[in-house]
Write a protein that binds this ligand. Sequence first.
Ligand code: PFF
Length: 469
Amino acid sequence: MQKRENWGSKIGFIMAAAGSAVGLGNIWKFPFTAGQNGGGAFVLVYLIFVALIGFSVMLTEFAVGRRRQLAAVGAFKSEDKRWTFAGVLGVLSGFLIMGFYPVVGGWALAYVFKVMGGLLNNPAAIGASFDAFITNATSPLMWMVLYLILNVIIVVKGVSSGIEKAGKILMPLLFGILIVIAIKGLTLPGAMAGMEFLFKPDFSKVDGSVILAALGQAFFSLSLGMGCMITYGSYLSKKENLVQNAAIVTSMDTAVALLAGIAMFPAMFAFGIEPAAGPGLVFVVVPTLFAEMGAMGPMFAVLFFIALTVAALTSSVSLLEVVVAFLIDEKKFTRKKAVLSSATVMALLCILASLSLGGVGPTLFGKGAFDVFDLLTDKIFLAIGGMLLCIFAGWRLKKEDLYGEITNNGTMDFPLFGMWYPLVKYVIPITIFLVAANGIRQGFESGSGPIMLVGIGIIAIFAAISKKL
Ligand code: PFF
């Protein structure tokens, strides 16, 4: 057997795993999802899910991946062929998320150049210019393709050299810029209303959809429920401390999401932008904020969008890696062939997603491709994928084996094992089941229910034909 590639160093792994977690999910999706779901109460539910479910599922993914040193599909399949579908579902999620993620990554890349081209000169037109840009048929497609090409280059180069280097240099830069933005935002008149919106829970706004949105956000943001952290864990050395790694990655990801919220909401309230403004939020709020800063503004804005692009890149390469590892390990593709063929399919999905924002192309139950890909993955596949992983670990693997894997055969301490194990075996699967069921039921009021049911149907079909996958 070929020796498995390994992470160059411990810090390299953390940076890569945190790089996967920290991305558009934190800076683009978290703020607008929080805005659309009423603010504080959503944030609180999200934080509870991150602490109780996110951390435990991440640890489970690391353990399952490292145990057999196999990526998502192989990790399930090598234990029991009936479970192959759980891994393949992750690969499908990878494809679907990569069916819209590069569209937004392309926006971020485009904004680097738009800011340089004078976007900030007319603050009043920033919002309209964003709408005109994303609904345009061709221009976002060019940026998306450019963005995808960057992914291809990084992933073709392989695990330690490509992914690791990108993460190491650019993550700290992003964090620094977000702090600058947050400070600037907080000093604007009227900013405190934004902090209140974000952190003062109003429980009258909580319903089944809000809870499912918070669960989906936790999974999406932490890169869980689709085998990504299984795949990354499979490259992890047997000496590493899994618990510590999971704790660090979870906290870093959550810190960046909260920081992004603090960077965005005070400024929004100060500028009188609607909290429910939707996917354009970062692309409107941040440039508007920097336009206020005078001569230094454009420079900071350029740096911000470079950092956002890089954060997006370190996440999307991990998405691509899930699909690529599957094609290499299970279908015996060469790395290059795996990357090029999957990126081509992703580009086609992205074209559908991008065009759908301008109202062009096919719809499913009245929703365009962008929304369909997002709904299926964020609301259904990731959470159910996480549920399946926990059922697999809790009921299919032996408790002693898990204990051995997590504690490196008893050489490392994990005093919380006694809590983690029942969480994974009982509490998390039941919680996800209830949250998903309730969320789908409520989804019928907003028109997203039928699509979520389609998602459940796809999972059922996968499960039925698992041995053939
Ligand atoms: N966690 C990434 C983000 O927040 O942008 C998105 C993501 C990456 C989701 C990898 C899932 C995944 F497997």
